[in-house]
Design a protein around this ligand. Structure first.
Ligand SMILES: O=c1ccn([C@@H]2O[C@H](COP(=O)(O)OP(=O)(O)O[C@H]3O[C@H](CO)[C@@H](O)[C@H](O)[C@H]3O)[C@@H](O)[C@H]2O)c(=O)[nH]1
Ligand SMILES: [Mn+2]
Length: 738
């Protein structure tokens, strides 16, 4: 930043700045030529359609429909490339202007299952956000436990004690990142204090892990907090009363458990397991978040809410101040509803075999959406303005006087901890939402597995703007799935959730009409239309090899001028995509692996996401939220480290992807044999595009063939899948083409 901008005490300069990247004109020119190419392809398809009775007429029509879709979808994806903007906050100015007079911030951490979301991980995430560089009396952390587990409560109890050492330690040594599980293994010191805090952490970890292993908490510990009594009566995951415990009451610095070892105040810490009854839908994470919004409004009522998944620890203690720059900017801050940090992970291997890092989405596409009014809400690492999240409409001219807001006393109630617990408990009961707008107009929206995206959309449609902030130093780091099955299940949930939005009353085009910019409507569709992408993709990767087997030509021959637009669009899109990825920091190897995952997702996750959406739309089943596992056994982790795709179990998704891979292989081998042995040059020339396409599909699927036939480890393709897919692929080879 140029130093002339540092306006010491100058109220005029903003707290953040917006800039456009360079070179967008070149991109727009390039995109326009691709568009011309796409149009030419369409013209060719209409012009040369085989007449009735000629072979391949229907295949051709199908291809035309697929290409129409791809072209249309490509146009949609231009929305997130056309008007990209980047945001830069100035936290020094914030400090200069407000000092320690900061708004109250409530942090929500969601967990749902102590077996796949281990309590020690939750303790670490909670500690990392408790240790934000922020006045502790303004900071409160709420854990929502949808697992209703005493083990999770126990971990939080341990964390509340360890925090008394951890937070002063972090401040003293400028510890980063502030998750002890990440910090200690990555640093070393012979300092006495360092060693003793490390020891305290190790002890805590051991105690938590032992309790988890045994499945129960030692009696002497249970005696140390009244919260454990809550589990005296029967508590099962789906059936229990509301459990609410204020573990640290930040208002009360006279209480020795509410201050750190140096006597400074600690952030407030609250455990909540909202009531669950089998006869009441609990609405998964959206339900948990809404309960948290209400409960926190009673206890601390922070103006800003940060929400993170239980695996997303804070990686930058100053990120909170960065986010506040957007909300508190005098010029444009008042219209901003949320500030989204992109999702990054800290368990990605070099080659990123599952395509988990999505730099193009995080750096470019979301910033492109921001250019038209705001990033999508991605569920984790997102700072919200409480009012906007709770359902308030934005009215032009709305102004927040932060100085006044900040002075508003946090301990507005003089209730004791027990009174506060009792009065806020009812807000998390099942019946509380009956007859209210929660889940509809207020809070997070119910009924959609992509509760985050749909909620962000409704917020923007109420007139608010949002911001994507993608700093160099990652704000949050989480755990990405490390088996193919997990990854595909996750993508199925997303594809389904977002497609559900497209076919519901929240469809960005109707619902957003006149409320948000058309560029933003299109940006939502980039993701809402993931699922239907599966059909044209499947069509392409099945019909191309089968036609090749039967000698039916689908593309213009190389000597024809019509070949040019096909080649140009194909190469342009792929090379363009590669350049884009590299510019966003991906390696070419990672990009290549991502292409494999895109193919696999489209032919499996997106397909199932599509069909499940339709089935649910017809009322045959209910929406569920399948949680992603955050732990794996050692064998699996080891294969992940080696960069091997993990199959292992049999799944219909694996059968589909293996069938596609085998079909293309059979067809390619057959075609090459014919080319080598007996085909005339003319015929070869007509089929060359198909040979290349099959060849690319085969090339990208090499790891799949290895898993099918070569690998011997436990993560290989199960024999049943190998057999089934071989049979299916052989049958497809015989499929007649009309
Ligand atoms: O009934 C439930 C189910 C899930 N969760 C929590 O939701 C979070 C996200 O679940 P996860 O299984 O990790 O899903 P991901 O696919 O990794 O999550 C991404 O996608 C979700 C929407 O599909 C968003 O809610 C998340 O914020 C976003 O990180 C976790 O903290 C869970 O504990 C609940 O609190 N209650
Ligand atoms: Mn997750």
């Amino acid at each position: 930043m140029s130093s002339s901008r540092e306006g010491g005490g100058n109220e005029k300069v903003g707290l953040f700045e917006t800039r456009k990247p360079k070179g967008r004109l070149t991109y727009k020119l390039f995109a326009s030529t691709i568009f011309v190419g796409i149009c030419l392809i369409w013209v060719y398809r209409i012009w040369y359609i085989p007449r009735a009775g000629e072979p391949g007429r229907w295949v051709w029509i199908g291809l035309f429909v697929a290409e129409l879709w791809f072209g249309f979808y490509w146009v949609i994806t231009q929305s997130v490339r056309w008007n990209v903007i980047f945001r830069y906050p100035f936290k020094e100015r914030l400090s200069q202007r407000y000092g320690d007079k900061m708004p109250a911030v409530d942090i929500f951490v969601c967990t749902a299952d102590p077996t796949i979301e281990p309590p020690i991980m939750i303790a670490n995430t909670v500690l990392s956000v408790m240790a934000y560089d922020y006045p502790p009396e303004k900071l409160s952390v709420y854990l929502s436990d949808d697992g209703g587990s005493d083990l999770t409560f126990y971990a939080l109890f341990e964390a509340s004690r360890f925090a008394r050492h951890w937070i002063p330690f972090c401040n003293k040594f400028q510890v980063e990142p502030r998750s002890p599980a990440v910090y200690f293994p990555a640093s070393s010191s012979s300092d006495k204090e360092w060693l003793s805090v490390k020891m305290l952490y190790e002890d805590m970890r051991n105690r938590i892990e032992t309790a988890v292993e045994l499945g129960r908490i030692p009696e002497e510990i249970k005696g140390q907090h009244k919260g454990f009594w809550e589990w005296k009566s029967r508590v099962s995951k789906r059936d229990h009363h509301t459990i609410l415990q204020i573990l640290i009451d930040g208002r009360d610095s006279s209480n020795p458990t509410a201050v750190d070892i140096e006597g400074h105040a600690l952030p407030t810490l609250v455990y909540l397991a909202r009531e669950k009854r089998p006869q009441f839908p609990h609405n998964f994470k959206a339900g948990a978040m809404n309960a948290l919004i209400r409960v926190s409004s009673e206890i601390t009522n922070g103006q800003i809410i940060l929400n993170v998944d239980c695996d997303m620890y804070s990686n930058d203690p100053e990120a909170l101040r960065d986010a506040l720059c957007f909300f508190m900017d005098e010029e444009n801050g008042d219209e901003i509803a949320y500030v989204q940090f992109p999702q990054y992970y800290d368990n990605i291997i070099n080659n990123d075999i599952y395509g988990n890092i999505s730099p193009v989405i995080n750096k470019l596409e979301l910033a492109g959406a921001d250019g038209y009014g705001g990033s999508l809400y991605c569920g984790s690492g997102c700072f919200h303005r409480r009012e906007a999240l709770s359902g308030k409409k934005y009215n032009k001219g709305y102004k927040v006087d932060w100085n006044k807001e900040i002075i508003r006393k946090m301990d507005k109630t003089h209730k004791s901890v027990c009174e506060l617990e009792e009065s806020s408990k009812v807000l998390a009961n099942c019946t509380y939402e009956n007859g209210t707008q929660w889940g509809k107009e207020m809070g997070l929206i119910y009924g959609c597995p992509a509760e985050d995206v749909i909620t962000g959309l409704t917020i923007q449609c109420r007139g608010w703007k949002s911001v994507l902030y993608n700093p160099e130093k990652r704000g949050f780091l989480g755990v990405a799935p490390i088996t193919l099955d997990q990854s595909l299940v996750q993508f199925k949930r997303w594809a389904e959730g977002m497609f559900q939005i497209a076919v519901s009353k929240y469809c960005p085009f109707w619902y957003g009409l006149g409320k948000i910019k058309i560029g933003l409507q299109m940006a939502y569709c980039v993701y809402c239309l993931w699922a239907p992408n599966s059909f044209p993709t499947l069509y392409y990767v099945v019909v191309t090899p089968v036609s090749l087997l039967e000698g039916i030509s689908l593309f213009p021959q190389m000597s024809s001028l019509w070949f040019v637009p096909f080649a140009f669009v194909f190469i342009g899109k792929n090379v363009g995509g590669l350049v884009e990825a590299v510019c966003c920091g991906q390696s070419s190897r990672q990009w290549w692996n991502l292409q494999r995952m895109v193919l696999i997702r489209r032919t499996t996750s997106f397909l199932f996401g599509f069909t499940d959406t339709i089935v649910k739309k017809l009322g045959f089943s209910q929406t569920a939220f399948v949680i992603t596992a955050k732990v794996a056994d050692q064998d699996v982790s080891k294969r992940y480290e080696q960069g091997l795709l993990e199959f292992g179990t049999s799944s219909p998704m694996f059968t589909i992807l293996a069938t596609v891979a085998l079909l293309n292989l059979f067809s390619l081998v057959w075609a090459l044999k014919r080319v080598a042995l007996d085909m005339e040059l003319k015929a070869v020339e007509q089929l060359v595009s198909q040979i290349v396409l099959c060849g690319l599909v085969v090339l990208i699927n090499i790891p799949v063939y290895q898993a099918l036939f070569i690998r011997k480890d436990k993560g290989r393709m199960p024999t049943s899948v190998t057999v089934a897919s071989t049979v299916l692929a052989s049958l497809l080879c015989l499929m007649p083409m009309y």
